[in-house]
Structures are given as structure tokens and as C-alpha cells.
Design a protein around this ligand. Structure first.
Ligand SMILES: [Zn+2]
Length: 427
């Protein structure tokens, strides 16, 4: 089976050039080669060809919470957003914390064409008390470990986990949050919490936990990865730790780059509720600067679907999280690339090349002869509006509905097979 992508543009040796790609049996055979015919030819009409995007922070909800999302719908959402590889978090029921449960999870993950890298938890049932058998779970296929959704309170548990993972040379991905400092908060402490008359989450609940864990990480040499960093103080700490040679990396979400706590709309405040919360304008700008100076390594969406009923519980009682897979690229392209703040190449690096490199992902997207044809194609001309009816995720919990964006996905290939293709006049 051969497939020819014609009339695209893409980066070849760091230059944006007209690009044509020949795919044979799922792999890239030619970049701008001489072949002009194939079993199938797709005319891209000058759309932008990117390596398949990689999102190492998503919640697929199956098993346990399939009213919110399933592996199928979460996978469909991912490829709709141009993602060809995603990292699925372990806050499931049952938790994939034994080799048998983990292997069963990998079987379930086969239900979608998107490539799923599965996280195993750091502690049994993600309860923070007893560490899992890392070696066995690594053997079963865990690529990294995370208790995401909760911080690991006990320092000795964290140290123990880091020592073991350092030996195995596998990353520990930390939802950095000291629960003793969160004050039952639901929005950022300060003006936002006051405006909505709800308890606030301080910056220190994140930053203090990162400070402790950086010290522990430095003593073990583990690859310590901070999930969804959100405060200027956290970013400063990570900057200093990197300068001292600590093996630390971190990610930021699109929403912490795009929104701050003054932008929460009262009429649907629950759609702006996530953990960590939207912070101050200064924190948001520190996230943008942190990416540009290399302190923040990559972007990950923290795609967290919930049902309408879940979010109707309102700001105080609704669960944390928003969907992100289907809007991430277009929003970031529109707000940061189109406006001249970031070069397009940087965005592609943070959403594809960097996570591939940092987590040593084999068989993930890059535009290289001989590699898997994991490819995303984006329309960088047409303006569209983010509509609830266009989501393929079960969750429509997004604060961005109604926004006008450029950069919708035209085509997503996983191993050379069409996993998403835009229908005429659809986005
Ligand atoms: Zn988290």
C-alpha cells in the first residue's frame, strides 16, 4: 500500500518548504522524492505537514469512568487534534498497579488507532502509601510512572520511589501538590477565590512540593518530570535546579499558557476549574517565558473529560479538569504563532519533538525517511470557530467554546493509515 501526500508545506532541515511525502507500508519512503504516483494520492492544497503531535498527559477514563470518556472517544479526540501518540494517566478503576492489571490495560488501549503510552502509578491504588513493583510494571510495558491527580505526601515514599526508578532509568512524573497546603481550594487563592467566594489554592501548595521533590530527585539522579507546572515560583525553582544539573523536566498545559484567573466567566465558571487552577497573569506570563528560555520543556494538554452533569455541579462541587486534545494546536497556533510571539518550529518542538526526545519514545512521529508515517496536517489559512458539536471526545467541558481559531486538523496518519480526515466544510 502506497500513499502520496502532495502539495503540502513542512519543515525540511529547519526550513519551511513545499513538501511531498511518499508513504510505503506505513513508513516514510521519500521526502520530496521523484515518485509521483501511488495507490492513493491526497492533495493537501498547501496545508502544513507536521510530525504527529505527542501529548503525554491525557485522561482516557476507561475502565471506571466510561460515562466521561472511553479509549475509543479519547483516541478519536486525540487524532482530531493531530496527536498520534498520547500518554494515558493511571487514575482509572481498577488502577493498573499490578502486571496483570497493567497488561489488561494495554489490551484495552488497542481499541484506538492512536498510539497510547500507558503510565503506571507510583503507589498502589495511587493512595500514596505503598510503592508498586516498578521493575515488574516496566517489564509489562510501563513507560513512566505517575500518581497524577494527587501529590505524593510522604517524603519517604517519594524518595524510595525515586531511588528505584533511578536504577531502572525510568521517569517519575509528579502531580506536584502538597494536600496539607491546598486549603480545600477550588480556584486560585486571591482575587479569583474572593470574587467567587470559594476557598483558594495557594501557589505554595505546588511550589513547596516541587522544592522538596527537587531535593530528593537531586540525591537520586532520577528523571523527575513535573506535570502541568503553573506558578512563577515553581518555574524559578526548576530553572535553578536545571542550572545545577538536576535531571528535571517539566510540562505546561495550553490553558495555563492562554488563561489567567481574571478570565474566568461567572456564567460557566466550572468550565474554568482545573487542578492546578488558573493562576495570576504574572504566573501565566512566567509559563510563556519559561518555555522560551528552555526551563519548561514541553506542552501537554491534561485532557480531562467530564460529563455535563458533572460540571453542572458548579464551581464548588464540580470535578477538576477540561478537555484539551481537540483544541490545543489551533489555540496555541492562533494566540502565539500567528501573533508572532513564537516561531511555528518552536510550537512543533514543544508538542512533538521534545516529548519524543525527553521520554525516548521509539516509533513516534518525526518526518524522516524510514520512520513511521505518524503525521498531522493542519490548515493554517481558514478561520473556524470552536464548536461543541465538533468535539469527538465525550467531554465538551472547555472554556474555549466559541473562540475563533486558525489551525484546524485536515488529516492525521498513524503508521501511514488515515486516523482522522476532515470532512468537507467541517472542522
Ligand atoms: Zn495532574
Amino acid at each position: 500500500m502506497t500513499l502520496l501526500l502532495k502539495n503540502g508545506v513542512g519543515f525540511v532541515e529547519h526550513k519551511l518548504v513545499p513538501l511531498q511525502i511518499l508513504i510505503v507500508n506505513g513508513r516514510i519512503q521519500e521526502l520530496n522524492g521523484a515518485t509521483n504516483q501511488a495507490d492513493e494520492v491526497i492533495d493537501l492544497q498547501h496545508a502544513f505537514i507536521s510530525p504527529g503531535l505527542i501529548d503525554l498527559h491525557v485522561h482516557l477514563r476507561e475502565p471506571g469512568f466510561t460515562n466521561k470518556e472511553t479509549i475509543r472517544t479519547g483516541g478519536a479526540a486525540a487524532v482530531h487534534g493531530g496527536f498520534t501518540t498520547i500518554g494515558a494517566m493511571a487514575n482509572l478503576n481498577p488502577t493498573p498497579d499490578t502486571p496483570a492489571r497493567f497488561k489488561h490495560q494495554l489490551e484495552l488501549n488497542q481499541q484506538t488507532p492512536v498510539k497510547i503510552k500507558q503510565y503506571a502509578p507510583v503507589t498502589k491504588k495511587r493512595a500514596g502509601h505503598e510503592i508498586v513493583d516498578f521493575a515488574q510494571l516496566a517489564n509489562a510495558g510501563a513507560f513512566a510512572f505517575s500518581d497524577d491527580g494527587a501529590g505524593i505526601e510522604n517524603a519517604n515514599v517519594m524518595l524510595n520511589a525515586m531511588q528505584k526508578l533511578a536504577k531502572l532509568q525510568l521517569p517519575l512524573c509528579d502531580h506536584a501538590q502538597d494536600m496539607t497546603l491546598t486549603n480545600g481550594g477550588v480556584l486560585n487563592a486571591g482575587a479569583a477565590a474572593q470574587r467567587f467566594k470559594v476557598p483558594g489554592v495557594n501557589n505554595v501548595s505546588e511550589t513547596a512540593q516541587i522544592a522538596r521533590n527537587l531535593v530528593l530527585a537531586a540525591s537520586t539522579g532520577v528523571h523527575y518530570h513535573v506535570c502541568h507546572v503553573s506558578t512563577k515560583e515553581s518555574i524559578n525553582l526548576i530553572r535553578v535546579a536545571k542550572a545545577q544539573g538536576v535531571n528535571v523536566t517539566c510540562e505546561v498545559t495550553p490553558h495555563h499558557l492562554l488563561l489567567d484567573d481574571t478570565m474566568i466567566k461567572a456564567e460557566h465558571a466550572a468550565q474554568f476549574k482545573m487542578n492546578p487552577p488558573l493562576r495570576s497573569a504574572a504566573d501565566r506570563l512566567a509559563c510563556v517565558a519559561g518555555l522560551l528560555d528552555g526551563t519548561i520543556d514541553m506542552i501537554a494538554t491534561d485532557h480531562a473529560p467530564h460529563t455535563e452533569t458533572d460540571k453542572e455541579l458548579g464551581i464548588l462541587s464540580s470535578p477538576n479538569g477540561i478537555v484539551g486534545s481537540e483544541t490545543a494546536f489551533a489555540l496555541l497556533y492562533t494566540k502565539f504563532v500567528k501573533t508572532g510571539i513564537w516561531p511555528l518550529a518552536n510550537l512543533i518542538n514543544w508538542m512533538s519533538t521534545a516529548p519524543k526526545k525527553l521520554f525516548q519514545l521509539q516509533n513516534a512521529g518525526q518526518l524522516k525517511v524510514g520512520d513511521s508515517a505518524d503525521i498531522a496536517v493542519f490548515d493554517l489559512d481558514r478561520q473556524v470557530s470552536i464548536k461543541e458539536t465538533n468535539f469527538l471526545s465525550k467531554g465538551h467541558n472547555s472554556p474555549f467554546i466559541g473562540e475563533s481559531v486558525i489551525g484546524s486538523t485536515v488529516l492525521t496518519l498513524v503508521d501511514g493509515k488515515v486516523a482522522y480526515r476532515r470532512k468537507q466544510d467541517n472542522d
